[in-house]
Design a protein around this ligand. Structure first.
Ligand code: MG
Length: 159
């Protein structure tokens, strides 16, 4: 049986924060604000995986009111979700993601992000696609106020 899930996340950009996208720190004057490292792409991907598995959402498993997840490395959270899937005998087939960000350009970092996510997912890089889009200077993304990410994941039940 094949299962599909969708994930979406957004975070505000602010000064004095790191810009971490898909586990890769990108040089930037502003970074993403949030309780954890605010890795918007990792969070969208986690929700896609949990969605496909019928296991709820990131807020249920890693609530932002819990001090354990303050400044948490979201790739660690992603790894924990992959372990939950394995316990449910669900294997990740492939994931596809889009990061919507006005600046800086994601393209120079896309391969590193792909490799980081593939490592956490235990997948070949060819099964992890990362796309970049902009807000065309409109909306919260276009004004540089925040970054959004979308993800779709496909799982295979091995039960
Ligand atoms: Mg988030």
């Amino acid at each position: 049986m094949t299962l599909t899930g969708i994930g979406y996340d957004s975070h505000r950009l602010g000064e004095g924060r790191r810009l971490v996208i898909g586990g890769v720190e990108i040089p930037s004057a502003v970074g993403l604000e949030g309780h954890s490292d605010a890795d918007v792409l990792a969070h969208a991907l986690i929700d896609a995986l949990l969605g496909a598995a019928g296991l709820g959402d990131i807020g249920e498993h890693f609530p932002d009111t819990d001090e354990r997840w303050r400044d948490a490395d979201s790739i660690g959270l992603l790894r924990a979700v992959v372990e939950m899937l394995a316990a449910a005998r669900l294997a990740v087939v492939n994931v596809d993601c889009t990061v919507v960000m006005e600046a800086p350009k994601l393209a120079p970092h896309r391969q590193a992000i792909r490799e980081c996510l593939a490592g956490a997912l235990g997948l070949d890089g060819a099964r992890v696609n990362v796309k970049a889009s902009t807000g065309e200077r409109i909306g919260f993304v276009g004004r540089g106020e925040g970054v959004a990410a979308l993800a779709v994941a496909t799982l295979r039940s091995e039960a």
